[in-house]
Ligand binder design. Structure first.
Ligand code: GDP
Ligand code: MG
Length: 446
């Protein structure tokens, strides 16, 4: 696939804004990649249509091709669609499920036969017990498959989680009620209810799950689905969500060869989050869903994405360097300070700039304490000035300062503080540039 991609890229060498033909050429490759990852066809079509619209007109970074730029846009959209921003960390285990309610709360596990419901029930119970210090009771409502209830009991013994004693001949709804009563009496926090599977979406079994749901009012209803489910993922997810109403998805068998396109399909048709992924048969093999990782896996174009990210970083570094050069010459006006503030907001601190200017650790330390709010306020002050004022702060008399403070919604003291900071910074820059002339400074390109 990568070969085919670079073929497309070679044909798209020009720079500037992405044209419709740039985008559609690259999207043909994206389409193939998504289908190879087993994303359902209607989902692929919708996704491509939506992202194409956003990509046209987007600027192309220097040193990457339009095709590569499109891939990066697709990648970021994929992450957003899967439910996370590019730099978001996976949630802590207690945030994975929402277990708010008067205990005991019920978690209902539903899905097709063999999808991994029983295994996932035990995995989640173990996680909640160990990581979240919850008292968990498990109960199997699977009265169809022989020994299904015993399977959960054995798993419970393995992982040290209590299971409801088995009474043969009870109906699923009655077992569910018995589990909730026992949990209430014995002070459990969470009841994990494992249900009977079905080969296909089957009306009788669906009715059983609905009856259980109405009986226990679960806080979470998790659809367990095999990550290797291909085009079927849409049908299954839609049926369970429409009929039972799910709150999230657990994707099992992510340790397999599949690229996990089912995650995108299920998310797209239900709008419900993927909560956890199963990564093996062992009771520990479960992890919170990580949108960035899965997006990379589905698209399978990690090298292109990191290339574009690298290019973006280079450009930021070039900007910072240009700024540093200006500072060294002692020409540092408020327009420069404003773009610096914006840059700092983006980089989360002054570190980026300071790394270009060795020897001023003290200022860097103070600057790193600037929070976003302060940066935003300072930017607003500069924006309230006229271009002339920004170029030459000497014209700022009391009445101009009053006008600026009112315009930015801050006090005159805030305006003065900003001017002081600018003065200090440009003073320091001048001093450093003199030092530079005398001794020469390491790492300072001139
Ligand atoms: P159920 O019918 O939905 O209850 O499915 P089970 O929990 O009994 O799982 C069916 C089979 O899939 C078992 O052999 C499990 O060990 C296996 N399984 C479940 N989850 C995973 C997973 O995340 N990775 C792998 N490799 N196997 C899994
Ligand atoms: Mg089972």
């Amino acid at each position: 696939l990568s070969d085919r991609l670079s073929g497309v890229f070679d044909k798209l060498k020009k720079r500037g804004a992405l044209s419709e033909s740039d985008v559609s050429a690259a999207m043909r490759e994206v389409r193939v990649a998504l289908l190879e990852a087993d994303v359902a066809l209607p989902v692929v079509k919708d996704f491509i249509k939506q992202v194409s619209g956003k990509a046209v007109g987007h600027n192309v970074l220097k040193s990457v091709t339009p095709g590569q730029q499109v891939i990066k846009i697709v990648h970021d959209e994929l992450i957003a669609m899967l439910g996370g921003s590019a730099d978001q960390e996976p949630p802590a285990s207690s945030e994975t499920l929402s277990l708010i309610g008067v205990p005991p709360v019920a978690v209902l596990m539903v899905g097709l036969q063999g999808s991994g419901k029983t295994t996932s029930t035990a995995k989640i119970a173990k996680r909640l017990t160990e990581k979240d210090r919850k008292r968990v009771l498990m109960a199997s409502l699977d009265t169809r498959r022989p020994a299904a209830q015993e399977q959960l009991q054995v798993l419970g013994e393995q992982i040290g989680v209590k299971t409801l004693p088995i009474i043969k001949g009870q109906m699923a709804t009655d077992i569910a009620k018995r589990a909730m009563d026992a949990a209430r009496l014995q002070g459990f926090d969470v009841v994990m209810l494992d249900t009977a599977g079905r080969m296909h979406v089957d009306a009788a079994l669906m009715a059983e799950v609905i009856a259980v749901r109405d009986r226990v009012q679960p806080v979470e209803t998790l659809l367990v689905a095999d990550a290797l489910t291909g085009q079927d993922a849409v049908t299954v997810a839609k049926a369970f969500d429409d009929q039972v109403g799910i709150t999230g998805v657990v994707l099992s068998r992510m340790d397999g060869d599949g690229r996990g396109g089912a995650a995108l399909s299920m998310r797209a048709v239900t709008g419900k989050p993927i909560r956890l992924i199963g990564t093996g048969e062992k009771p520990d093999a479960i992890e919170p869903f990580h949108a960035t990782r899965i997006a990379g896996r589905i698209l399978g174009m990690g090298d292109v994405v990191s290339l574009v990210e690298k290019a973006a970083e280079t450009i930021e570094a070039e900007d910072a360097e240009r700024m540093a050069a200006k500072m060294r010459k002692g020409q540092f006006d408020l327009d420069d300070l404003r773009s610096q503030l914006r840059q700092m907001k983006k980089m989360g601190g002054m570190k980026g700039l300071m790394s270009m200017l060795p020897g001023i650790g003290k200022l860097a330390k103070g600057a790193s304490q600037l929070d976003d709010k302060l940066l935003g306020r300072q930017e607003a002050i500069i924006c309230a000035m006229t271009p002339k004022e920004r170029r030459d702060v000497r014209v700022l008399n009391a009445s101009r300062k009053r006008r600026i403070a009112a315009g930015a919604g801050v006090s005159i003291q805030d305006v003065n503080k900003l001017l002081k900071m600018h003065q200090q910074m440009s003073g320091m820059m001048k001093k450093m540039s003199k030092m530079g002339k005398k001794g020469g400074m390491r790492g300072m390109p001139s």
